[in-house]
Design a protein around this ligand. Structure first.
Ligand code: ADE
Ligand code: ZN
Ligand code: ZN
Length: 261
């Protein structure tokens, strides 16, 4: 009994660390994106993914980059890969780049690792899991937010009376509010038209970041610090939320199909 208590006590700081540093679509969001992508893969891409991930599904691989955050060494080198902050009135091409990297350059680098025959299977597993995760992050508008508030992390809000912030609202609160499993959520939104699929897959990740940036600007305008948000907010942004998750899935498939063609 004493031993168990001691163990819990030692674990406590890590638990709170994991909670406060939650800077990604929550697990359900990532899994929805991954689960949808699985349904739009070419035979060739499916085979290549299976060779790298084995029995791990894309949905389950999608959250591995979050678990990596408990490895502080890897975390320090990869935290900046999860987002990009594009200053108002500038484009990505014009802006000064973060020397620690960003989600767009990380995607380019990881795709190159996956295309390179010389790269080891272990390194490819890392690259594929991370790539799956980052295509999801890129579609979360607040991952292309402002630098000064850390993509909304510093904008305090209440969600049904409980403390949250603007970033977390979009990573997980709005998604968890649906009260659906990732398979149920995927099924509920996975009916894009052929035209939508074609249109969404016709652009690249630089354009997807611009879309997130435009959405983020609108999201910033939608709240004031310390607002207590609830049903009305969920209703107002329901279509945007569902669209970004669906686009994330359809486009993740496009990236994988192109990488493994
Ligand atoms: N997560 C942590 N810092 C961030 C930032 N500056 N922008 C977006 N997401 C973040
Ligand atoms: Zn992330
Ligand atoms: Zn996030």
């Amino acid at each position: 009994m004493k031993k168990n208590l001691l163990f819990l006590f030692l674990l406590l700081p890590f638990l709170s660390f994991a909670h406060e540093n939650k800077a990604f679509w929550g697990e359900t969001g990532h899994r929805v994106v991954g689960h949808i992508a699985e349904q739009y893969l070419t035979k060739k891409a499916k085979k290549a993914v299976k060779r790298i991930l084995g029995t791990e599904s894309i949905a389950m691989a999608s959250t591995w980059a979050d678990f990596m955050k408990s490895d502080s060494l890897t975390n320090a080198q990869t935290t900046a890969w999860h987002y990009v902050n594009i200053p108002d009135g500038q484009t990505y091409a014009q802006m000064q780049k973060n020397p620690k990297g960003d989600v767009l350059e990380a995607i380019d680098r990881l795709v190159k690792d996956l295309e390179n025959k010389e790269v080891s299977l272990e390194k490819k597993r890392f690259a594929l899991r991370f790539l799956i995760h980052l295509i999801g992050d890129l579609h979360q508008p607040m991952h292309v937010g402002r630098a000064e508030d850390s993509g909304g992390n510093k904008i305090k809000l209440k969600w049904f009376g409980r403390d949250t912030n603007l970033h977390r609202l979009w990573d997980s609160d709005l998604i968890d509010h649906q009260n659906l499993s990732y398979t149920e959520f995927s099924q509920a939104i996975n009916s894009p038209s052929k035209e939508q699929i074609k249109l969404w897959q016709s652009t690249n990740h630089y354009a997807w970041a611009e879309e997130s940036s435009v959405l983020a600007q609108n999201i910033y305008k939608s709240v004031k610090e310390n607002d207590n948000l609830s049903f009305r907010y969920a209703y107002d942004f329901n279509e945007t939320l569902k669209m970004r998750l669906l686009q994330g899935g359809v486009r993740l498939a496009a990236v994988l199909n192109k990488t493994f063609k």
